[in-house]
Design a protein around this ligand. Structure first.
Ligand code: CTP
Ligand code: MG
Length: 277
């Protein structure tokens, strides 16, 4: 079987009245952080990353359904966290579901756990605990306006070089068309689910059934799996748009990011930052 080059994932027509779903992926092991526990359960300013994200999503106007995807062994602890921070008047329903070995599997399990009436989905990394509510709203609004996939993007400020395995610089790369992308990433539910199903069936994965070792879209990384959901959708032929990203959506990856996120948390809460300590 070969991948159909003209495959276009189903698209929802843009409309104002829609039900929002959020898939919060928190099932990674956090190996690069090395905190001795999965990253989403690490504390920042006295609250786990999951709690930060729960607070932000619960504040989104209009409500919806949030699925928190966690390592299976931590599902009971996560239910306790959810129960502790939820309040009866909230317009958000929250459920917890076990994740997979790879991030894209966790996303797929999260989509499958959303109720059928959810038609716009935001996928968010728990590893970006300070992404503000305004960013979620900006992405969701653009998905509803266009009916396409939408991702937050920031211009790249540093000079970029292409470097060989020996550490020697080959060239300076033109950074003007390059952006750094974040989450939450937003999608019409049908298109996202179809693209992930296609990836799960091997049609769009490198070396998978029908790929012939080539990426049908001619984009993304032919030698590795997708690193974000926009790439999954793009490989399936979908259009991906950008909106302005936010520096507070910084991702916790290594121990150095923890110090940066602590400073951002202080700035977000209006505290003075002491850069001397
Ligand atoms: N994630 C997930 N399921 C996986 C892998 C990752 O839900 N099997 C989530 C992580 O919990 C995180 C987000 O995807 O919120 C981004 O992944 P990453 O930063 O790579 O986190 P980890 O996989 O936990 O970190 P590492 O790669 O260092 O182990
Ligand atoms: Mg990872």
């Amino acid at each position: 079987m070969t991948a159909a080059p003209d495959f276009v994932p189903p698209r929802s027509a843009p409309h104002a009245l829609s039900t929002l779903g959020v898939v919060l992926v928190a099932a990674g092991r956090g190996e690069r952080l090395g905190a001795g526990r999965p990253k989403a359960f690490v504390e920042l300013g006295g609250r786990t990353l999951i709690e930060h994200c729960l607070a932000t999503v619960s504040a989104l106007a209009g409500g919806g359904h949030l699925v928190v995807v966690v390592p299976a062994a931590l599902a009971p602890d996560t239910l306790d966290i959810v129960a502790a921070v939820s309040h009866s008047g909230s317009a958000w329903d929250v459920s917890v579901t076990p994740g997979g070995r790879e991030r894209h599997e966790s996303v797929r399990f999260g989509i499958d756990a959303l109720p059928g009436h959810v038609d716009v989905v935001l996928v968010h990394d728990a590893a970006r605990p300070l992404a503000p509510a305004a960013l979620f709203e900006r992405v969701a609004a653009e998905v509803r306006r266009t009916g396409d996939a939408v991702i937050p993007a920031l211009p790249v400020a540093d000079t970029l070089k292409r470097v060989g395995p020996d550490g020697v610089v080959h060239e300076t790369v033109d950074r003007s068309p390059l952006v750094a992308v974040q989450t939450p990433q937003g999608f019409p539910r049908l298109g996202l689910a179809a693209a992930h199903d296609r990836l799960g069936s091997g049609e769009n994965s490198p070396g998978g059934l029908g790929s012939g070792g080539l990426n049908p879209g001619g984009r993304g990384t032919a030698s590795s799996g997708p690193t974000d959901d926009a790439e999954v959708v793009q490989r399936a032929g979908g259009t991906v748009r950008t909106v302005a990203g936010d520096m507070f959506a910084h991702k916790l990856t290594t121990p150095g990011d923890l110090a940066l996120l602590e400073a951002l948390l202080s700035a977000q809460s209006g505290d003075t930052i002491d850069l001397t300590s």
